[in-house]
Each structure stands twice: as structure tokens, then as C-alpha cells.
Design a protein around this ligand. Structure first.
Ligand SMILES: [Zn+2]
Length: 291
């Protein structure tokens, strides 16, 4: 079965099993890169395109490795990792249990999803929610004036042009806290609702009581019971950047009627299946069909 996938897809599948949903404990990147993933941030996705592999962290930082012929990613148990190999490594990413190492990549770069610096046409950065001097009304105005009225609230919360500071773990938790349907159109929220959302977000980010792993209500709790309504937490992919989204369909119902159908993945990861396994099985299915 595994042989149906190409080398890059197989490496990505192994990386997903080793890394997804884990908090990163250290990272070393041998090249000069624009930004370094933060220690403690959650590894959320691994994507393969042709001979490239991207690792995505929950705060939207993306590490892109162009592998071409010789480049490759390998996984080591912490005890098996030979430090002498470190000189040959282009990237070393460690979680509690595993060390993922990229050798011989021809290009390594990092960037932020929705980074106006990378996409100058997008416009300027919005206010930073973790700054106590933030002008919350400015964020509210930017939400109310959002140029794309069909955009969903889940997408807008990650849009760095509207506000900064919301990573994906926090986005999922914030939507759950406010009982908001993730696909609700941003244009359906009134000023008071936008104000409530950004106030709660700023308060949580500034109080340093941002959700920790053990206290998360929905993120990473796929298939488990919702703490509020006892419904089942689901996971899907959503938005232009196709980020993972955990939510409870039973109690996150505010503005559900305005749901945008855009970008919504038809099939959720079934309960009891690890997201990495779901991607692997989907890739196998596609490879079989195209082969
Ligand atoms: Zn619920």
C-alpha cells in the first residue's frame, strides 16, 4: 500500500505521525530564515507538493523545504539521534518523543500565512491583540468593513490585516468560547458582537492565560465529548490556507444560518481516526485513482 505513494508523500506521512498535534520543544535551522517557529507552539500540518514538504505551526508559521533529488526528511527517536549528524542537517525539529531531521534540502525558507510582507498587495498589518494599548475599535471597524462579505469568521480571525496574535489553537478555542459557528459569515456579526469577540480575545491573550494543552476545550479533542454540551468535537479543514479547525457542531450555533459554503471540506475526519491517518488514507485513495 505504502508503495503507491511517492517518496515525498511517504516522508510527509511519517512526519505527520511523529509531529502533528505535538508541541515543539526545540528547532534548529541551518539557513538564515525570515522567522523561526516558536518553542512551545503546536505542529499542526505537514503538506507535500511535488518534491517539497511544508510544516505548519498553529501560529501560521510555515517552514518550506525544497528537496529535489537528494533532500529528505527522516524521523529519529530522541535516544537514537546521533548528534554528530547535526552538522549535516538543514533543519532539526524536536517534539517530546521524536526528532525530525531534514538533510540536503536545496532550499529552506519560513513565512507566515497571510503575511502582508510576503504578499504586499494584501495591505498592512492590523493591531496586535497582545498589546495592552490596542485600539479595539480599530479591529471592530476592520471586521465590519471586511472587503469580502462572504468570508467566514474563522478565516477573518487569522487574517493578520484585521488583528494579530490569534494562532489556530486560540482561534478554535475563541470560537467555541463565543459559541460561534466557524463558517458564519463575518458580515452577519453586528458591532457589539465583533466588539465582544475582540475584547475576549485581547483579554485572554494579554492575561497570559491563553489556553494550555491540558485545558483546551476543542483543539486536538477530535471525537471527544464537548465539555459544555456533551456533543462530539469534530475536526475539518477550512479557509484559503486550509488550516485545521476543531469545533462542536452541537453548541457552536450562533449565526449558523449565515454559513458560507466556501472552502468547507465535504468530509470531516471520522471520529476515532487520527488526522494524519485520514490524510494518508485520502492520499492512497487519490494515488490509486490516478494510477
Ligand atoms: Zn458543544
Amino acid at each position: 500500500m505504502f508503495a503507491i505513494l511517492n517518496t515525498t508523500q511517504r516522508q510527509a506521512a511519517s512526519l505527520r505521525i511523529a509531529l502533528i498535534g505535538k508541541s515543539m520543544t526545540s528547532v534548529v535551522i541551518a539557513e538564515d530564515v525570515a522567522l523561526s517557529p516558536k518553542i512551545g507552539s503546536m505542529i499542526e500540518e505537514v503538506r507535500a507538493f511535488g518534491r517539497e514538504i511544508e510544516i505548519i505551526w498553529d501560529d501560521g508559521v510555515v517552514l518550506r523545504t525544497k528537496l529535489q533529488i537528494r533532500g529528505n526528511w527522516r524521523i529519529f527517536r530522541v535516544a537514537d539521534w546521533q548528534k554528530k549528524s547535526r552538522d549535516l542537517a538543514k533543519v532539526v525539529v524536536q517534539t517530546g518523543d521524536y526528532i525530525a531531521v531534514c538533510f540536503d534540502a536545496v532550499e529552506v525558507e519560513t513565512y507566515h500565512d497571510f503575511d502582508p510582507g510576503r504578499h504586499p498587495l494584501l495591505g498592512r498589518h492590523g493591531p496586535d491583540l497582545s498589546d495592552s494599548r490596542i485600539d479595539l475599535d480599530r479591529c471592530v471597524d476592520l471586521m465590519l468593513d471586511y472587503q469580502d462579505a462572504d468570508a467566514t469568521i474563522a478565516e477573518v480571525l487569522l487574517d493578520q490585516r484585521v488583528m494579530r496574535g490569534i494562532g489556530n489553537v486560540f482561534r478554535c478555542e475563541l470560537l467555541w468560547t463565543c459559541e460561534l459557528h466557524p463558517w458564519a459569515k463575518v458580515s452577519s456579526l453586528n458591532r457589539d458582537e465583533c466588539r465582544e469577540l475582540v475584547s475576549i480575545a485581547a483579554e485572554m491573550l494579554q492575561s497570559q492565560h491563553a489556553p494550555q494543552d491540558r485545558s483546551l476545550a476543542v483543539y486536538g479533542r477530535h471525537g471527544k465529548n464537548c465539555q459544555r454540551c456533551n456533543g462530539q468535537v469534530r475536526v475539518t479543514h477550512h479557509g484559503e490556507a486550509n488550516r485545521v479547525l476543531y469545533w462542536c457542531a452541537d453548541c457552536q450555533t450562533r449565526h449558523a444560518g449565515t454559513s458560507s459554503s466556501r472552502y468547507v471540506t465535504e468530509h470531516d475526519t471520522p471520529p476515532g481516526v487520527h488526522p494524519a491517518e485520514f490524510i494518508y488514507l485520502s492520499e492512497l485513495e487519490r494515488a490509486r485513482k490516478s494510477g
